[in-house]
Design a protein around this ligand. Structure first.
Ligand code: SAH
Length: 213
């Protein structure tokens, strides 16, 4: 336990702070959530490494820095309603949950959905709701959302997600015309207008669905 805590502290110092992320809320969340419990027991030793970790079915838990970067770009505040597309392991949802947001997360692969849902309940993250569905359609019954985070990359920004983004609102999403050429976009909705920022090249697994690949 002590050893894992030390690994987590090193992860935060060497991979996150050293690369310029200073938002205390984000750093605290990354220190708090036990990342190793979101991967297979056999991979726990790798959980704090500077790379993504396989979570089965061809999917991955993002590299710690990418989780920290996306969380920072999202500008999370307590009680915000946040929609995540791509639950995967549930780690990103847990990061948002310890920042006291109300988290809604959607996963399209049944087995990952079931594992993540059970895991998050056992870990007592009661402010997270998980749904099995095509997340490119959003979660219309629960919208609008103050923040939307998409952790898989598709060819476009799904229009249902833009519609379900509150005004003012922020969405962070990887988008690429080809699967090998993704950019991380930060999209702002304010006074009925949309404005977007390019945050650089990224490499996420495919967003698959009616507004994805
Ligand atoms: N945020 C996750 C990262 C998981 S990888 C974590 O913290 O572990 C991205 C996930 O997006 C995969 O599990 C994949 O199955 C899922 N995904 C891809 N397309 C999707 C869609 N249309 N709707 C919901 N989930 C989707």
């Amino acid at each position: 336990m002590k050893g894992l805590q030390r690994l987590r502290e090193r992860m935060v110092q060497e991979q996150i702070e050293a690369r310029g992320i200073t938002d205390e809320r984000v750093l605290t969340a990354l220190r708090q959530v036990p990342r190793h419990l979101f991967v297979d027991e056999a991979l726990q030793a790798q959980a704090y490494g500077d790379h993504p970790v396989p979570i089965g079915l061809g999917q991955t838990l993002s590299q710690p820095y990418i989780v920290a970067l996306m969380t920072t770009l999202l500008v999370v505040r307590p009680q915000m309603r946040i929609l995540e597309i791509g639950t995967g392991s549930g780690y990103q949802a847990a990061i948002l949950a310890v920042m006291d947001a109300d988290v809604y997360t959607v996963e399209r692969i049944k087995q990952l959905y079931q594992t993540a849902r059970t895991r998050l309940l056992h870990m007592k993250y009661f402010n997270i709701r998980v749904k099995l569905d095509d997340g490119t359609l959003g979660w219309p019954e629960e919208g609008p959302f103050d923040r939307i985070i998409v952790t898989a990359g598709g060819p476009e920004v799904p229009t249902p997600l833009l519609e379900q983004l509150a005004d003012p609102g922020i969405m962070v999403i990887p988008v690429g015309a080809t699967k090998r050429d993704q950019r991380l976009l930060r999209i702002f909705k304010k006074d009925g207008r949309i404005h977007q920022e390019d945050q650089g090249a990224v490499a996420f697994v495919d967003l698959v669905g009616s507004h994805g690949w």
